[in-house]
Ligand binder design. Structure first.
Ligand code: SAM
Ligand code: SF4
Length: 328
């Protein structure tokens, strides 16, 4: 089992399989000038699979596949089919922008994928375009409705942004009236691939909740599962529920059970840390499984207490990388 130096058990890895994407969400990456990683610098699917097997042997039983957009990497479906059979991996969840995901839903179901997070920042086609800079709204909505027809647990990720999609908060809550869906309102973070915060007026968790309550006073608190990053609620009588993720105010670090692996194989024990350790280099140096496990245990024995400590450690290197290069 992996434990960190703060006694937290690590059982969850978020694996970014690519830094590439077919959208350009402005809070995640700039419109142009993006330097994608060289293909040979990315972990191969074989390397990822081996890594997951080693993780699973140490009790990591939950994997989230993210990116970049996972479904733009060629061979992703075969990779998912392969890791679905790994002993010890009980949950494989996927975060996707939904633009091309619809065509894979049958295969995702067939391998037992139980949860998909769909990023959808607006229910309005024009606002969607302004945020993502691409005309893919209809495809994403189609994927959403296809997912609703399955037994896959669907969550919508919506980054809440002043001047961009505040008008969408109430329609999103209303979506939970008619559909068994969880909407996650996410605080915007400065991981946008450019220097500086995207928005001048930040919407923290409390402001989002107060805003919802102003329209829906019958908000009920739901229990939050252990290590949950979201504070969860529902409106009485509605089929679905909603949650708020304090991604920037970071109220959940104390129970953090997760690590991240970036597309080029850098292990980050905290989203906010500047550096990380190259598992790719360790793997490519010929390390045995045993040696890889020892490295991992050492890294986890020196983990930041929380995202503030990790951010302070960056010193003159403020957060500016794109979320697509880390894995959101
Ligand atoms: N492309 C896929 C998608 O959009 O779902 C997966 C990768 S994306 C980086 C994962 C999640 O990170 C998305 O839900 C996205 O909204 C979120 N995200 C990206 N940049 C963010 C930021 N600056 N602040 C908060 N969330 C962000
Ligand atoms: Fe692409 Fe996801 Fe980033 Fe949007 S949030 S640009 S869909 S990686």
């Amino acid at each position: 089992m992996f434990y960190d130096n703060h006694g937290r058990k690590i059982n969850y890895v978020r694996l970014a399989v690519t830094d590439r994407c077919n959208l350009r969400c402005f809070y995640c990456m700039p419109e142009s000038g993006i330097k994608y990683m060289n293909r040979e610098d990315l972990l191969t699917f074989e390397e990822m699979e081996r890594m997951l097997r080693v993780f699973a042997e140490q009790g990591i039983n939950k994997v989230r596949i993210t990116g970049g957009e996972p479904f733009v990497r060629r061979g992703i479906m075969e990779f998912l089919e392969s890791i679905a059979t790994l002993p010890g991996i009980d949950h494989i969840n996927i975060t996707t922008n939904g633009t091309t995901t619809g065509q894979y839903i049958d295969r995702l179901q067939a391998i037992g994928i139980r949860a998909v997070n769909l990023s959808l920042d607006s229910l309005d086609k024009d606002r969607f375009f302004e945020i993502t800079r691409r005309n893919e709204f209809d495809n994403v909505m189609e994927t959403f409705h296809q997912l609703l027809d399955t037994d896959i647990n669907v969550k919508i990720n919506m980054v809440v942004m002043e001047g961009r999609n505040i008008e969408d908060i109430y329609p999103m809550v209303l979506l939970t009236r008619d559909h068994n869906v969880s909407v996650r309102f996410i605080e915007e973070m400065p991981f946008n691939g450019t220097e500086g915060q995207g928005n001048t007026t930040f919407w923290p968790m409390k402001k989002i909740l107060d805003h919802v309550k102003a329209e829906f006073p019958e908000v009920e608190k739901l229990p939050d599962p252990p290590s949950s990053t979201s504070r969860n609620y529902k409106i009485k009588g509605f089929k679905g529920d909603f949650g708020i993720i304090a991604a920037y105010t970071r109220t959940f670090c104390g129970t953090c059970n997760r690590i991240r692996v970036t597309p080029q194989g850098t292990l980050k024990t905290c989203l906010y840390e500047g550096g990380g350790t190259s598992l790719r280099d360790i793997i490519r140096s010929g390390a045995s499984d045993h040696q890889l496990t020892d490295h991992l245990q050492k890294i986890l024995s020196n983990r930041f207490k929380d995202g503030f400590e990790a951010e302070n450690d960056r010193k003159n290197n403020p957060v500016s990388e794109s979320m697509a290069t880390i894995g959101g």
